[in-house]
Write a protein that binds this ligand. Structure first.
Ligand code: HEC
Length: 173
């Protein structure tokens, strides 16, 4: 029922905007819409902000894994992945310093089927050794994207402390 109502509303709007009688949305409405889109664009967090979130979750993931607190590791793994997706949605295609177009979306899809998947499998199978290798490998993929994006100075390393002091990383007994 709800879906039907939404569909009806969309059809009505589409009809008003593009009806064959020549009725189009008034230019002032379009200008208002454009101004609103610009305003919304201005308040969306930038890609660097989303990456800071990725770094936060990914750093905590290391400590959850090292503590063999696998449910917590799974949580931080999922958060890292969804924030990576979010970061890439903010700017899906970037211009590199030499003027090429870099499709971040495609790069991320590649990692999701490669290093990120292996890391996720290690967390699921609660295998510490596999986790350590998988974490390093994904860190390499993170950095590969920074290099491709023309930011080789964004080097990454295994973190030496968690990003959040208030979470207890020890496994629940
Ligand atoms: C698909 C490409 C891509 C992947 C994968 C990627 N990054 Fe990034 N990262 C970027 C780009 C592009 C920037 C620069 C953003 C900007 O300047 O707006 C960035 C910036 C950063 C920053 C700097 C943020 C700041 O402002 O201080 C950190 C930290 C970071 N990434 C961590 C990571 C980690 C950790 C991973 C892997 C878990 C990762 N990134 C994976 C593209 C990527």
């Amino acid at each position: 029922m709800k879906a039907f109502l939404i569909l009806t509303a969309i059809t009505a709007i589409a009809w008003l905007a593009f009806s064959p009688s020549g009725k189009t949305a008034a230019p002032s409405d379009l200008e208002g819409l454009k101004a609103e889109v610009d305003r919304l664009k201005g308040i969306v967090p930038d890609q660097s902000h989303a990456m800071k979130d990725v770094a936060y979750h990914y750093s905590n993931l290391w400590f959850a894994g090292e503590a063999e607190n696998w449910p917590l590791a799974e949580f931080y793994f999922n958060e890292s992945r969804s924030h990576l997706r979010w970061a890439v949605r903010i700017i899906p295609v970037r211009k590199t310093p030499d003027g090429q177009e870099l499709r971040l979306e495609d790069l991320l899809t590649g990692f999701e089927n490669g290093a990120l998947k292996e890391l996720g499998d290690a967390v699921k199978s609660q295998d510490l050794e596999k986790f350590r290798t998988g974490y390093q490998q994904m860190l390499g993929s993170c950095y590969a994207c920074h290099v491709a994006a023309g930011k080789p100075y964004l080097r990454l390393k295994i973190p030496d402390r968690p990003e959040v002091p208030i979470i207890d990383f020890s496994p629940q007994l």
